[in-house]
Design a protein around this ligand. Structure first.
Ligand code: FES
Length: 113
């Protein structure tokens, strides 16, 4: 997938907001926060950071409590899995996580929805 195609999949409308620290994210669990009224989650994947909707599209499970392994997020409630590069759900390909822009400034992780 080209950079342009990746960028087109990411929703943006607001300004970047700090949701946590790099140290905290690298230290263990994914980050969860509310940005402009939307719940978001940030994960470490593929050597970088990925920001997605924080709500599972299956039954609204809290995705920041999920586990990530080899770029695949597993929802803590029913175990459905999502490819963090594409956002697509393995159990139901019609479901796709909304993804957001994420950037790092110093130790701050910033997300724009
Ligand atoms: S709520 Fe996420 S798999 Fe059911």
């Amino acid at each position: 997938m080209s950079t342009l195609e990746s960028a087109e999949l990411i929703a943006t409308s607001g300004t970047f907001q700090r949701i946590g620290s790099v140290a905290a994210l690298l230290g263990g669990d994914p980050l969860g926060a509310v940005v402009d009224g939307k719940e978001v989650a940030v994960f470490v994947a593929d050597g970088g950071f990925v920001a997605t909707s924080g709500i599972c599209p299956h039954a609204q499970g809290p995705l920041h409590e999920g586990e990530v392994e080899d770029g695949v997020l597993t929802c803590p409630w029913h175990g459905w899995t999502f490819n963090l590069e594409s956002g697509q759900c393995d159990e139901d390909p019609s479901l796709c996580l909304e993804r957001y822009e994420v950037k790092v400034e110093g130790d701050d992780i910033l997300v724009r929805v």
